[in-house]
Ligand binder design. Structure first.
Ligand code: EPU
Length: 431
């Protein structure tokens, strides 16, 4: 088990470079299955979810060459259509993109139901509705999903999503790229990673328009060719460092970001009193005073992202006054609040809302990372707290944050990673 040991109370200063977007990368890697030829992909985040997907693609016979830490060449020309290993599929939510990509490429896909963070029931009925609109026959049994294209292959369809779903939008896009005729997806999600997947596919020869709006049109093409592509920066990783500076204090510049993608987070942190300056591809944050209370409700893009909900909640724990966080995307995403309360926060969860009475300080203790973003929130709380915090299950954080230890250490944090916790160097050894 991975643990982080953090000695808090040290303001963050300096520069941090943001990595490629996890939720774009985890769709673009399966999308290479649709391509005949070599895909040279840059700005690939070095995180566990990406490593698992590369392992699955490699098991399928993809030729994969790591060109550097963040660039990879993938050639799926000779990939085989296999059921991906269940132990890998169950560890990542994004394994559901294999269904769309395999169905699109081979006309058949069979994989275990995906894993991922536990926020209550996370069905994939909208993905299936999209595949069926293209003529596929989909069956779910024994924890597996099997999809079969009709004779002659998938054909364009018209899908109106009942729920705005990131995963369904991207999965239908994947399946539709090589289908015969035009597919129209209405009420689709508009997150930057959806635009990124469409841009990647278009760079390889697809004909997709409307990504970033709520209607996407895909004119099916016969084949895709190889090419080069660079993944967009991670909105949530950037937001996490922004929340860290807001909670802990200091003066930090984030590099390699798209400030427009951060607007929803920047606006909330400004409302709470942070001084934020936006440049072309960087953002500078400075904390000059105690944070003010605020309310936030998670929404689909361009609203405040649910994946930033636990991190902003930590800022609210330390703000002056009472804040309310309302979760509108998932049924349950407040398990982490019990861990923050152990550190001295005052949070009360009532249904879909968390009422947070700000406190002056948090105190280090032993806590758990309940999931990826909750784990990031624990890191922020630990950096802001007095004393030492030990975060258990920290491997979950590494699903989505590249080199978080190195990046925070460079900003002046005391953070140590261990896989076999040694109780002796509680304070002296940290860092
Ligand atoms: N939903 C359905 N049916 C579906 C699909 C979704 O009812 O067929 C519901 C979900 O249960 C949820 C809501 O619709 O209540 C939105 O889910 P969505 O499909 O948008 O989420 P997702 O594709 O499963 C992706 C990200 C999540 C992020 C959400 C929302 C990936 C791999 N995951 O999940 O990221 O929270 O979109 O933005 O892209 C994370 O990175 O920490 C993370 C959890």
């Amino acid at each position: 088990m991975v643990k982080y040991i953090i000695e808090g109370g040290k303001p963050l200063h300096g520069d941090v470079t943001i990595s490629g977007a996890k939720n774009a990368a985890v769709a673009i890697l399966p999308a290479t299955l649709l391509v005949s030829g070599k895909c040279h992909i840059e700005n690939v985040p070095d995180i566990t979810d990406v490593r698992l997907l590369l392992e699955i693609l490699s098991d399928m016979g993809a030729q994969i060459r790591r060109l550097s830490r963040n660039s990879v060449e993938i050639d799926c020309t000779r990939a085989r259509n296999i059921t991906a290993p269940i132990d890998l599929v169950r560890r990542i939510r994004a394994s559901y993109y294999l269904l769309g990509a395999q169905l699109g490429r081979f006309g058949h896909a069979r994989n275990a139901m995906p894993g991922g963070c536990n926020f209550g029931v996370r069905p994939i009925d909208q993905h299936i509705k999209g595949f069926e609109a293209m003529g596929a026959v989909v069956e779910q049994s024994g924890g597996y999903v099997t999809c079969d294209a009709p004779e002659g292959g998938l054909r364009g369809g018209h899908v109106y999503l009942d729920i705005v779903s990131v995963g369904a939008t991207m999965n239908i896009l994947l399946a539709a790229t090589l289908a015969g005729g035009m597919t129209i997806i209405e009420n689709c999600a508009k997150e930057p990673h959806i635009v990124d997947l469409a841009n990647f596919l278009n760079a390889m020869g697809a004909r997709i328009s409307g990504a970033g709006t709520d209607v996407i049109k895909v004119r099916g093409v016969k084949s895709l060719h190889g090419g080069s592509y660079s993944i967009i920066p991670d909105q949530i990783e950037a937001g996490t460092y922004m929340a860290a500076v807001a909670a802990v204090g200091g003066d930090v510049t984030l590099h390699g970001v798209i400030p427009k993608h951060l607007d929803c987070i920047t606006a909330k942190l400004r409302e709470m009193g942070m001084v934020i300056r936006e440049m072309d591809d960087s953002v500078r944050l400075e904390k000059t005073r105690r944070l003010k209370r605020a309310n936030v409700k998670t929404m689909v893009y361009p609203g405040f992202p649910t994946d930033m909900q636990p991190q902003i909640a930590v800022c609210m724990c330390l703000a002056n006054g009472t804040s309310i966080v309302t979760e509108s995307i998932y049924d349950t995403r407040f398990r982490y609040t019990a861990e923050l309360n152990r550190m001295g926060a005052h949070i009360q969860v009532e249904g879909k809302a968390a009422v947070i009475d700000g406190v002056r300080e948090l105190h280090g203790c032993e806590v758990r990372a309940c999931d990826l973003r909750a784990g990031a929130a624990m890191v922020i709380a630990a950096l802001a707290a007095d004393g030492v915090t030990i975060i258990e299950d920290a491997h979950l954080i590494e699903r989505g944050y590249e080199d978080i230890i190195g990046k925070l250490t460079a900003l002046g944090a005391s953070i140590k990673r261990t896989e076999n916790y040694d109780p002796r160097p509680l304070t002296a050894g940290v860092g």
